[in-house]
Design a protein around this ligand. Structure first.
Ligand code: NI
Length: 183
């Protein structure tokens, strides 16, 4: 009984972070490497997963909650398979292959979806929340999610990767939504 109460208290203590929207300047900054792998980092990782699920996303990078750390969480299964939960700390792209062009969205750009060209397959290395290095490979949606999230750590958004004409249309749409109080 005490265990359940304690677990519930721990669960309730997890902070749901507000997601920063474009054009907040924090989204355009280079993030700094994570150097301390402590309990606070592990709590932050849990909070990022919860914040991402609440926002109905499959990936969330630290700058999207206002933190300039090289840290991102991904779950392309969206809660269906715990094995697909990925914590990428200080991630580096090792190798990419092929290309794919698919529609992409971002929690910092709600309602905006555009086709973006990405590698079809990627191998990366990263640290986990205990600081251990590991490698992971992904293709299709997972490759897209990994590359999208690593871009965030370098201040790059998916609208930076589309044509100037399409970007202008997107920016016009955002301005209109801002004007109508929808952004
Ligand atoms: Ni994003």
């Amino acid at each position: 009984m005490a265990t359940t109460a304690t677990m519930m208290a721990a669960k309730e203590a997890l902070k749901i972070h507000e997601i920063v929207k474009y054009p907040d300047p924090v989204l355009a900054k280079m993030c700094a490497p994570v150097t301390v792998f402590d309990a606070a980092l592990r709590t932050l990782v849990e909070e990022m997963f919860e914040s991402m699920y609440v926002a109905q996303g499959i990936g969330l990078a630290a700058p999207q909650i206002g933190l300039l750390h090289r840290l991102t969480v991904i779950d392309v299964s969206y809660k269906k398979n715990a094995k697909e939960k990925l914590v990428l700390i200080n991630p580096e792209v090792v190798e990419t292959r092929g290309k794919q062009v698919e529609e992409e969205g971002c929690l910092s750009l709600p309602e905006i979806r555009e086709k973006v060209r990405r590698a079809a397959w990627v191998k990366i290395r990263a640290q986990n929340e205990r600081g251990e290095w590991f490698e992971v490979e992904g293709e299709e949606l997972l490759a897209r999610a990994i590359l999208h999230e690593i871009d965030h750590l370098n201040g790059v958004l998916f609208i930076d990767l589309i044509s100037r004409l399409k970007r202008e249309l997107v920016l016009r749409k955002i301005k209109k939504m801002q004007k109508n109080g929808e952004w």
